[in-house]
Design a protein around this ligand. Sequence first.
Ligand code: HEC
Length: 181
Amino acid sequence: MFGKFDKNALMLFTGALTFFLIGGLMTTVLPWITEKSWGNPVAGLKEYSDQELRGRAIYIREGCWYCHTQQVRTLESDVKRYGWRGVDAPISLPGEFTRDKPHLFGTRRIGPDLARVGGKYDKSWHRTHFNNPRDLVPGSVMPPFPWIVTSNGGKDLDDLVAYVQSLGRGRDWRPNHDYEQ
Ligand code: HEC
């Protein structure tokens, strides 16, 4: 029966298109119909402040998302790696991203995932790290961003750190909250 698809170009094209459409519908339309929680923010999620939004714009401008993802996947390795002091990092939920337009999930992990980085370090750590990552992490391939530390009289640094510290806060999972700023 399938021999016909080999010989008839029109049938081959129509068959391929049909399977493509089925795949497309199952991955884009079906989830919206079956998963009702999509689009609802998780309980602890706050809207970004103006400062955090400015920081987010710097994150986009500097291309941080070329190297960093923002999604803890449903894998043991993700949950353990991005956890903190023995507490597993919660898996990312759709409701954590409702304020992100456009989203910054990212695609490549040249550096670690940042979805749960808020509160992990204090501001002086970030200042040193942006200025020259190798001062803190020998051999780091993250490029230095010294202009972020100095530009706008230090305001850019404050904004970017505020944004980075906001990541993952919606879930309030980090023991003792650690560094707020
Ligand atoms: C060329 C790829 C690359 C780019 C671009 C990049 N990073 Fe990184 N980043 C890394 C790598 C690799 C590491 C791990 C080594 C280290 O900590 O320096 C890292 C580490 C980090 C960490 C520490 C994460 C942790 O859990 O320890 C933060 C925070 C961070 N980057 C933020 C940023 C921000 C903000 C930008 C944009 C201004 C940025 N990165 C741009 C590659 C990159």
